[in-house]
Design a binder for this molecule. Structure first.
Ligand SMILES: [Zn+2]
Length: 66
């Protein structure tokens, strides 16, 4: 379960509700309600499944970050 980090939105989403993609600053999904970027981290499960965990703020994108 993810919670939109836009506090005025605060919508909750299942993984199946969102599209996770990399826009160049790390994996994220756009809140289907308000469009806010919500960053996630990917984990590989022991059974080969892919898991995502929401992270605070945005990841360190390195020296190319604007
Ligand atoms: Zn939202």
């Amino acid at each position: 379960m993810f919670t939109c980090r836009n506090q005025s939105c605060d919508a909750q989403w299942e993984l199946s509700d969102v599209v996770i993609k990399n826009e160049g600053q790390g994996l994220l999904f756009r809140c289907p309600m308000c469009g806010a970027r919500n960053y996630v981290e990917r984990f590989d499960g022991e059974d080969g499944s892919v898991l995502y965990e929401q992270i605070e703020g945005r990841p360190d994108a390195g020296p190319m970050a604007d």
